[in-house]
Design a protein around this ligand. Structure first.
Ligand SMILES: C[S@@+](CC[C@H](N)C(=O)[O-])C[C@H]1O[C@@H](n2cnc3c(N)ncnc32)[C@H](O)[C@@H]1O
Length: 217
């Protein structure tokens, strides 16, 4: 957990939820602005160094197979949440330009196969995002600190071996006849829910202490 994030618990406080302090938020907003309009006086390495101190204790992983256009989009989305790393699993080509240049700011870890990925995450908790095998929803899940959110491929989803290695499998509720969201959309939704709980503007907890049940005002 970053030193800038505080954990609150006990009494009437939301339990076991990490919130970003306002100072971290304003630095994050500044960093986002920097990413959009990089100041000329800073090198890329200097900008990456500034962003490093703002990164959160969560990473994203995606299976490259069948996702050539989505991988770049996921890098772009994951950058906006300042994840720690983005693990790319597999060796299939992908369309880097879909990241809109954000790959330059990110810690991208290329893992040629599932075993290399498991070795790279070094026992960090895996949270698979996969509807069919899910035991909870993105709203009800308790995301472990330092977790890696894992997204599957468009055809085959999260591979069975990685599902087995996961601490948690979460679904995103759907209401229409389609079976799944595009993977980059799914990535955006789970990242947004993860971030909502840490942002004072996100209404992190309801009166029953559950992370996703704050009533609308
Ligand atoms: C297009 S889906 C394909 C999944 C699988 N082939 C299927 O249709 O059951 C690609 C990836 O997006 C994510 N995804 C899409 N919709 C989801 C949902 N409703 N709940 C959880 N994950 C979802 C998962 O990571 C999934 O592996």
């Amino acid at each position: 957990m970053s030193g800038d994030l505080t954990r609150q618990g006990g009494g009437g406080e939301p339990s076991a939820q990490s919130w970003v302090s306002p100072s971290v938020l304003s630095r994050a907003i500044l960093a986002a602005a920097m990413a959009r309009v990089p100041p000329f006086e800073m090198t890329l390495e200097e900008q990456r160094g500034e962003l490093a101190s703002l990164r959160v204790d969560m990473s994203v992983a995606v299976v490259r197979a069948k996702n050539p256009f989505n991988v770049g989009t996921i890098i772009r989305v994951a950058h906006s949440f300042l994840v720690r790393e983005i693990f790319l699993i597999g060796t299939e080509p992908y369309y880097e330009r879909a990241s809109m240049g954000m790959h330059r700011y990110e810690n991208i870890v290329k893992c040629p196969d599932e075993d290399a990925f498991l070795e790279a995450v070094q026992g960090r908790p895996l949270v698979s995002v996969e509807r069919d095998s899910a035991t909870t929803t993105i709203w009800q899940a308790d995301y472990p600190p330092n977790c890696v959110l894992l997204l599957g491929s468009e055809n085959d989803g999260v591979p069975p071996k990685l599902l087995d290695a996961s601490s948690l499998v979460v679904s995103i509720p759907m209401y229409g006849v389609n079976h799944s969201f595009p993977v980059s959309v799914a990535a955006g939704m789970v990242l947004c829910e993860w971030a909502r709980r840490r942002d004072p503007r996100g209404g992190a907890c309801g009166p029953d202490g559950h992370p996703g049940t704050r009533p609308l005002a």
